[in-house]
Design a protein around this ligand. Structure first.
Ligand code: GLA
Ligand code: ZN
Length: 698
């Protein structure tokens, strides 16, 4: 494999979220039905506000069931008719949501089976939202009726551009109907009770099932069983989505359908769910606070998250369905968004492949549980709105979106891949003793799960060099990548192990961390040596013991500057190059970071959680030796990254300074033209504090 200069990076045209999309989406959730009775002028006022702000799309109908069907079979679409027409007059595109994520009181009361049952078997009379049973035939019948009405009524409306199924599909139901469906799922997966019992190691604590229903999902005797329960729940989300979207697709076959994801969360595998949606859409709330001492550590996580979303549906760009233009009420303290942060956050998403960003929500409600959540238009309403910083920032962002629209539908094909495996992260979290996130442990990155924090540590070295990374599931073809990074890939299947071996043998560079290939798909520890499934041959060593010394506890190493921490993987090696050794305890001198030349490739094993200094030194070496670099200043200044999009001859660079200091980037032989101002930069690019700019590269 010859190094490819980044200016030659393969680019590709992808499908945009909307059909015939001509501009970046700048939109938001819109709930005028909450206002119409108290302010009949609201639609008129909002039209002006939307137009002046440059809001070109709205999402309506999320949670609107009781406004659309105030009592069983009695419908009121009059307000929605007016909103659809209002949006058509504005030339806006409507993302129309099915209202099924919140159950009206009449429905919850009349048909108890539609309500979810909790793990203790209790069915509360009413909960706030996302609280319906996944299986109930009565609920499905009611949903079919309301969705059919919506699709028939608005299917040909000129403003209708996308369907939005429910909202943030999540949660678990333990009712008899869902339990029956769990039993069927198990039977389909295992075929025999014996196979299931073996997979769940059920002889332990006398839990051998003699009926499928004995596999009890509320009780922690088998972490493998709990892992399969999570998989079952994910299948319920996918099936639910398919059930709702089939109703819509039959009536409006040409309208794309989506549902909104929640970045990365425990228990939901969005890479799999992405297979059933037409458009990948995310709700993200980074809550960037440049005054927080560790804010800069969190920034690359959000880039990783964007790359994860960019890669979820190959050949398609993605969008942000929700974000917050102001203060987050779900975080304490409720600091307002600092100046420039909003543009930075939005352009970060666009830089990694989003073709639009939307808000929760357009107009803040006066009451309810989210009345303090920052919106495009705050409680003061129209009167003083045009004097506000919020208005100025969003207006300017709309102008930017207009000017950078040539980036629509552009994408890239990086040379580096990071394998992201949510199921490994659940399996680790479910494994007693590892103490991962449960109880929550200090992740070093604020509000970011342990697995995500470690994945970010192995993403950040590329980010700080401006080297783009695909963040992909483990079923993708690896042959196009020069480097593959495998952070804590706890679960290993024979098939993936075979593909990793082939990848390295054929010249690939594989970088794996501790806790890779420890368990099988049912979270049973692998036998025959770790890293399991024969990967001992790929890394040139086998693990005898793993010393887990506690969160944040440093572990001394020699050979790299900085230190390790938390974990010491004690490995017997044969023929490896030892890049760092443990320098403490009874294992002083044993290898901590190794490289094994295997076939025509190389496999690195990192057996401890390196601190930033050590990681940086390791990656400088790997990148130098693999000639993987961009011809900009290398590495970029602290808190600065450059990300890329392009198609054919055109390449765009997004230069983003997340730090509060001004910086300069040496440009090497590149010439950059600012897409917004047409200013040309050679040799050196100045970047202000918290500044994001978009360039054409030549
Ligand atoms: C989520 C939901 C929204 C709203 C926002 C803000 O993403 O989808 O309905 O609750 O969070 O909290
Ligand atoms: Zn149920």
């Amino acid at each position: 494999m010859k190094p490819i200069p980044l200016s030659m990076i393969p680019r590709t045209r992808s499908k945009t979220p909307f059909k015939d999309q001509k501009t970046l989406i700048h939109g938001g959730d819109y709930n005028p039905e909450q206002w119409l009775s108290v302010n009949p002028q609201i639609l008129q006022e909002d039209m002006e506000l939307m137009q002046k702000t440059g809001i070109n799309s709205v999402t309506i109908g999320v949670f609107s069931w009781s406004a659309l069907e105030p009592s069983e079979g009695k419908f009121d679409f009059s307000w929605m008719d007016r909103v659809m027409d209002q949006q058509a007059r504005l030339g806006n595109r409507v993302i129309l949501s099915t209202p099924t994520a919140a159950i009206p009181a009449w429905l919850a009361e009349k048909y108890p089976e539609v309500r979810r049952v909790d793990p203790r078997g209790y069915r509360p009379p009413m909960t706030n939202r996302q609280h319906h049973c996944w299986t109930s035939p009565i609920f499905r019948q009611r949903v079919r009726i309301i969705n059919t009405q919506l699709a028939e009524r608005y299917g040909h409306h000129p403003a209708l551009s996308m369907w939005h199924v429910s909202n943030e599909l999540c949660g678990q139901c333990f009712c008899e109907l869902c339990r029956r469906s769990w039993s069927e799922w198990l039977e389909k997966r295992f075929g025999s009770l014996q196979a299931m019992n073996e997979a769940h190691w059920a002889c332990f604590w006398s839990k051998q099932a003699t009926e499928w229903r004995h596999a009890e999902p509320t009780c922690g005797y088998s972490d493998g069983l709990l892992l399969n329960w999570l998989r079952f729940c994910n299948d319920q989300y996918a099936q639910w989505y398919q059930f709702e979207s089939d109703i819509l697709r039959r009536i409006t076959p040409s309208i794309p359908i989506t549902t909104n994801f929640m970045s990365t969360v425990y228990g939901i595998d969005y890479q799999s769910l992405a297979k059933v949606v037409d458009v990948v859409a995310d709700d993200q709330y980074p809550n960037y606070d440049p005054q927080h001492p560790r804010y800069l550590e969190a920034v690359p996580y959000w880039s990783l998250k964007q790359d994860l979303y960019r890669c979820m549906k190959p050949g398609h760009t993605f969008m942000l369905m929700e974000s917050c233009p102001g203060v987050m009420q779900s975080r304490t303290p409720m600091k307002v968004k600092r100046p420039n942060i909003h543009r930075l956050e939005m352009l970060q998403a666009i830089a990694h492949g989003a073709d639009g960003t939307c808000y929760f929500q357009f107009r803040a409600g006066r009451g309810g549980m989210e009345k303090m959540h920052g919106a495009v238009v705050e409680h003061w309403g129209t009167q003083r709105h045009f004097q506000t910083r919020r208005f100025r920032e969003l207006r300017e962002l709309s102008d930017t979106y207009e000017k950078i629209k040539p980036i629509l539908g552009t994408s890239i094909c990086p040379q580096v891949a990071l394998i992201y495996d949510s199921q490994s992260s659940w399996a680790q979290q479910l494994t007693p003793g590892l103490g991962i996130d449960n109880p929550p442990r200090n992740t070093n990155l604020r509000e970011i799960r342990y697995y995500d924090a470690v994945a970010t540590e192995y993403y950040e070295p590329f980010w700080r060099h401006g080297i783009p990374v695909d963040v992909i599931p483990n079923d993708r073809n690896l042959s196009a990548y020069r480097i593959v990074v495998l952070p804590m890939h706890w679960i290993m299947t024979p098939d993936f192990a075979r593909r990793l071996r082939e990848y390295v043998h054929q010249g690939g560079i594989l970088i794996a961390t501790w806790d890779t290939a420890m368990a099988d798909e049912h979270n049973r520890m692998l036998v025959g040596g770790w890293p399991g499934e024969g990967l001992t041959d790929v890394f040139g060593g086998w693990i005898e013991e793993v010393d887990r010394v506690g969160n944040g506890v440093p572990i001394a190493i020699d050979g790299l500057p900085g230190s390790g921490s938390e974990i010491a993987t004690l490995m017997h090696t044969n023929g490896v190059e030892v890049l760092a050794r443990f320098a403490q305890d009874f294992y002083r001198g044993m290898p901590a970071v190794t490289r094994f030349r295997c076939g025509s490739g190389q496999a690195y094993y990192v057996g401890t959680r390196l601190n930033q200094q050590a990681r940086q030194a390791l990656f400088e070496m790997i990148l130098r030796e693999s000639s993987c670099h961009i011809p900009f200043q290398d590495p970029l200044p602290e808190g600065v990254t450059v990300q890329w999009r392009g198609v054919c001859e055109t390449l765009f660079a997004f230069a983003m300074n997340f730090s509060s200091q001004p910086h300069q980037i040496g440009l090497g032989s590149f010439k950059l033209t600012d897409v917004e101002t047409r200013t040309i930069y050679e040799n050196c690019l100045p970047l202000g504090p918290l500044q994001a700019r978009v360039f054409e590269v030549s």
